[in-house]
Design a protein around this ligand. Sequence first.
Ligand code: GAP
Length: 475
Amino acid sequence: MSTDQNKFQAIISHCKEYGFVFQSSEIYDGLSAVYDYGQYGSELKKNIKDYWWKSMTQLHENIVGIDAAIFMHPTTWKASGHVDNFSDPMIDNKDSKKRYRVDHLIEGYAETLPQADGDALLARMDELLKENDFAGLKTLIEENKIKCSVSGTVNWTDVRQFNLMFSTQLGSVTDEASEIYLRPETAQGIFVNFLNVQKTGRMKIPFGIAQIGKAFRNEIVARQFIFRMREFEQMEMQFFIRPGSQKEWYEKWKEERMQWHLSLGTDPSKYRFKDHVKLAHYADAAVDIEFDFPMGFKEVEGIHSRTDFDLSQHQLYSKKKIQYFDTEINQNYVPYVIETSIGLDRMFLLVICNAYEEQDLSTPEKPDSRVVLKLPAKLAPVKLAIFPLTKKDGLPELARELMNSCMPAFHCFYEEKDAIGKRYRRQDAIGTPFCVTIDHQTKEDGTVTIRYRDSMEQERVPMADVKQLVMNKIF
Ligand code: GAP
């Protein structure tokens, strides 16, 4: 059995062994903080995306989706403040040359202290971060004798800001004017399309625009598997509202997003809200939804009250009027925005961590164990596995009949090889909620054995009922 400390390592190994997540370019020793999703990982990821997309767009009459390009006009990032402000305070150790994000360095040290001391240290760090007091942060690190994990010394540089955006060149001419950025958030693709969507969709405030897409950040401290990546995906929604109503909508979206997380059946005690101490340059209020990962409570989603900052900035830089005429109050205004922003990869990690279980099934007669992913059925990569008991006596033909009827409706998996017990275990490890075995009795009375992943219970049901039974659980 894994202890809490090595559970995370076990999950990472499991993700690789069962085709969920691979290190990018592994045959060349990998690329740091970049990952590929394998055959089951890409299915699980897509199911999470679909679940979010449906809950945002299909289930909200006033939210529509878009798919904006990753490349945007470079002025976008000047207007949004990312060129000047999208940076983290960093510090280098002069001996090892290793660079740290200041908050990560201090947080790592705080975890080694007794609770009260650690909390006091973090409270002081929060104050200094809020005031952008870089000299104070350096003094805090030195006073606490926080060491570099590589050199073991406290020989630190001054604290400096480091911009997280990746840049590249558009076209063949290399000059400053052709420099563009890989978007560090998907949100700006929504802001610059505000008028397009509002006008063509005849949208009335309050309304939202949702988007799922890649984002890129040159994270300095990229670790903890897919928790912090350099290329990742975001699922963001910008909700446009009347100025002055932001507090009410902020609370509403906080509640709604938490309910979305809980709708997947997760234990509520594994979630908590954490208010931001240091607000991003665009926000007047912000909160994180944190999840209890094996490495502790960490952010999975942010809800931000972005004021009219982004639309006003784009209005200023583009010199185009970006306003809304509110017929109810007969006024023109730049709408305010509440944003919900969740990392798809982080949600994937959350779902896997929450589902992963190592179970000891030993009896006095026989040692036994299994690893099971108790994924919500609607997110599982494979919904139904179909096994003929043997490769002969017409059983594969019957199993294929069931496959053919279920495949158009949901993802199925067919297997004839190995003992049934082994086949069940393989499906447990990828989180398949239902397995069906076709045996000789099927030929006689048309019934099959359905086996439930979590309870491992089995029952006989008519083969003709299987498709509907699975459908009832996954929609
Ligand atoms: N548009 C607002 C925004 O981007 P953020 O808090 O910087 O806000 C939102 O990011 C979410 O994106 C985070 O809650 C997290 O889930 C995810 N995210 C941010 N950086 C990430 C990274 N380097 N790797 C994976 N996910 C990341």
